[in-house]
Design a protein around this ligand. Structure first.
Ligand code: ADP
Length: 760
């Protein structure tokens, strides 16, 4: 079965939509993730770096503070005693010990309460002795120490590069004087240079005025650089070095982004050296601080673009997988819609789309099947119509042939009649003419029966009646004929009741019995009944020639006659066709068993009825033999001159008074002088002046104001006319009307009129 060709690379709107949607969804999710990741890791990195730098700054500040505190402690110890000239050796001993213990102290001076130098001890040089003691009473080291207990002098650089500071402390009492120490601050320098902040990070220390005390780049310190112009330094110096309780701890403070001395952006944190009011700054160039963040952002960017490419590929792949079956469905449905029902949609996705495709396929299959069925039905129907058409043609050919025979004979007899002079000869010819007319009548009657049955114009009037009522007329009708032919004819009486249409079943029986009587040459005919369950089989046995097997169906067709029967016994070939149609109308089965050379048996299976006391109405007595029409005034209306003349002549031959007219108006003119209303009106159904026979009869009735008996005749056998006549309440006889049939109708209507008149 052909499948739908799947396009290798679909490029439709749906495809583009799916790809774009997929890529957009994946990229949005990825971008959001990467941005959030980047932002949070930036913040975390910044906080982490801040914490590390703070820790370093705080540790450095603590070490410097510790150094200063120790120094203070050692000096404080030395100021415990009031030194005098005679204790010089003791002081020198203590000073030596102090210089040994605190390596940073390079010079020591002991001042008395007036600020005069009492003793001195220098680590690298000899302290001058004797002479006038040096006066330090105006030196800030003395004055500040006396005033505040301790003094830290400014940082100086000696011997080219080393930083020094003067620290002075006063004793507990005034007489204890002041001890002044020159301290080498190289230790602080070491602390600062020891701090490693990343690769290019720096730590430095500034004094309370913002002047640089320690920096890994010694040049800056030697140049006595003022750092207070830097925003971070200015901000730090403005802060109180001792924070109030509850204030933000330094380690919690955000690292500050600022410019360093070289104008480079740095991440800066600081910590105070509490006793000195100095600040330790730890700074890391921003590009180094954020290098890992930049790297992670770069990584994220690479991942993002890789994911973008992957999403695009995945989108293409998925959209292709999704769109291909949809396109296959669309194309397949379109082809099925265009009538290509052999089309099948091949989708193997194993999901709802495949189910949909399968449903389309089964729908197409059903359509294909029903179309094939329809086509075969149409073919069969056409064949039937062709058969019916050829049967109709055959029917017409045979009918016209069978009609032509008596017509031909009729013409010859009429010609003979013109020249014949003797009464005996005329009598003989008239009798032959009668026979020819009877044959034609019989044929017309049979044709009429067939056409009424085919047109559905006959309806069954089902009643229950004893079968004996059916068998009696069979006996009376055929017994004489059979006897004349030398046959043994027997009808076996039966008391069963049947349910059927009396008249139609009688016609079936008459046709079958007449056939049997006609075709039996020797022997006899037997009519009998057998009860079979709920049915009664009415059987007609004969000892005729029998019917070969292959002919048993065919003899029920129209004009079908067996060839080997004697030609003079042949009938019209319509009897069994009528029997077959009547049986179908009454729903009675007909069976035939026959043996060639021995005879045949036709059986009609009729449903039985329960016998009731009330016998079915006996068939109407034959009234054809009476002549109640003599001397009666009868109006005949027919627009066909020949038919009108024939009817006029026949009625007059029966002693009737006739008014023959072509229309109701013409009839009324002829009746103008008549005082009594006519006894009966016979009208053709279809009159030429667009008037129906029903209207013509009504006009005559209206003119006399009495319901004159009337009936219609017509050559048109269509069921419509039949129904119209029935509705109007008039009987309708079909042309050619048999004279006996005509007389029976006349007698029946006139008798009824007489009864009505008598009862009045
Ligand atoms: P027909 O008017 O010729 O009898 P039917 O339709 O009644 O037409 O019968 C058709 C043919 O069937 C007859 O021509 C005759 O050959 C055959 N046929 C009918 N009844 C009998 C029978 N009882 N025995 C033998 N042949 C019969």
């Amino acid at each position: 079965m052909p499948g739908v060709a799947i396009a290798p690379a679909p490029r439709g709107r749906l495809f583009r939509k799916y790809v774009a949607l997929f890529v957009a969804v994946v990229c949005t999710a990825l971008a959001a993730k990467e941005l959030l990741d980047g932002w949070f890791s930036f913040q975390e990195q910044k906080a982490l770096l801040g914490r590390i730098q703070h820790e370093q700054a705080r540790a450095a500040a603590m070490r410097i503070g510790q150094f200063v505190k120790e120094l203070q402690g050692q000096l404080g110890w030395a100021t415990q005693f009031p030194w005098s000239a005679n204790s010089a050796d003791d002081w020198q001993f203590d000073a030596e010990r102090l210089l040994r213990q605190v390596e940073a102290i390079t010079e020591l001076r002991q001042l008395d309460a007036e600020g005069r130098e009492q003793f001195c001890n220098f680590r690298f040089s000899v302290c001058p002795r004797g002479g006038t003691p040096t006066d330090f009473s105006h030196d800030p080291a003395f004055t500040e120490a006396v005033a505040h207990g301790v003094y830290f002098g400014p940082v100086r650089f000696e011997r080219g590069s080393e930083p020094f500071m003067v620290v002075a402390m006063r004793g507990r009492r005034r007489e204890h004087g002041v001890i002044v120490a020159q301290v080498n601050l190289k230790f602080i320098w070491d602390v600062v240079t020891d701090i490693k902040v990343g690769i290019a990070g720096r730590a430095f220390v500034v004094d309370p005025h913002g002047r640089l005390i320690a920096h890994p780049e010694i040049d800056l310190v030697l140049r006595n650089t003022d750092m207070s112009h830097l925003a971070q330094v200015r901000a730090a110096l403005e802060e109180p070095s001792q924070k109030p309780p509850g204030a933000l701890a330094d380690e919690d403070a955000e690292p500050q982004v600022a410019l360093d001395i070289k104008g480079q952006r740095v991440l800066s944190v600081h910590a105070p050296v509490v006793p000195l009011g100095w600040r330790v700054f730890v700074e890391l160039p921003l590009n180094e601080a954020y290098a890992s963040i930049y790297q992670s952002l770069l990584r994220s960017g690479v991942i993002f673009f890789a994911a973008l490419a992957l999403a695009a590929f995945a989108g293409l792949y998925l959209a292709r997988r999704m769109v291909i079956p949809i396109r296959a469905l669309r194309d397949g449905a379109a082809r099925i819609g265009q009538g290509d029902l052999t089309q099948r949609i091949a989708i193997e996705t194993g999901d709802e789309l495949q189910e949909l495709g399968n449903q389309f396929n089964s729908m197409a299959g059903l359509l294909q099947e029903s179309r094939a069925t329809l086509e075969s039905k149409v073919r069969e129907r056409t064949h039937q119509l062709e058969l019916a058409n050829s049967a109709k043609s055959r029917f017409l050919a045979v009918a016209s042939h069978d009609l032509r025979q008596p017509l031909h004979a009729l013409g010859l007899f009429v010609a003979q009649l013109r020249t014949t002079t003797t009464a005996a000869e005329r009598h003989r010819i008239v009798e032959r003419i009668d026979t020819a007319v009877a044959m034609m009548n019989e044929l017309f009657k049979a044709l009429l029966d067939i056409s009424r049955l085919d047109a559905g114009a006959l309806t069954a009037n089902i009643t229950e009646f004893p079968v004996a009522k059916l068998l009696e007329p069979v006996q009376t009708t055929f017994a004489g004929t059979a006897k004349e032919a030398g046959l043994d004819f027997r009808v076996i009486p039966n008391d069963a009741w049947v349910r059927s249409d009396f008249v139609l079943l009688e016609q079936i029986l008459f046709n079958l019995v007449s056939n049997a009587v006609r075709y039996v040459a020797r022997g006899g005919v037997l009519v009998g009944c057998r009860k079979r369950g709920q049915d009664l089989r009415i059987e007609i046995w004969d000892t005729g020639p029998g019917i070969p097997d292959d002919q048993r169906q065919k003899i029920f067709g129209e004009f079908y006659r067996l060839d080997d029967h004697q030609r003079d016994r042949r009938g019209l070939g319509l009897g069994l066709a009528i029997v077959d149609r009547l049986c179908r109308l009454l729903h009675h089965s007909i069976e035939l068993s026959s043996e060639v050379g021995r005879g045949s048996r036709f059986s009609i299976i009729v449903p039985m009825a329960v016998a009731t006391a009330k016998a079915a109405a006996p068939p109407a007595p034959a009234v054809g033999a009476l002549n109640l029409a003599a001397k009666k005034l009868i109006v005949v209306i027919d627009d066909d001159a020949l038919a009108l003349d024939a009817m006029d002549g026949l009625l007059r031959s029966w002693g009737c008074r006739v008014v023959a007219a072509r229309s109701a108006a013409e009839a009324l003119i002829d009746l103008a002088d008549t005082e009594c209303p006519p006894d009966l009106v016979i009208s053709d159904f279809l009159l030429s002046d667009q008037c129906t026979g029903i209207q013509a009869i009504e006009q005559v009735r209206a003119a006399f104001g009495v319901p004159i008996p009337a009936f219609l005749v017509s050559g048109d056998i269509s069921p419509v006319l039949q129904q119209e006549a029935q509705h109007s309440g008039y009987h309708l006889l079909h042309k050619p009307v048999d004279p006996m049939q005509l007389r029976t109708m006349l007698n029946r209507l006139l008798k009824k009129k007489g009864l009505v008149g008598a009862s009045r």
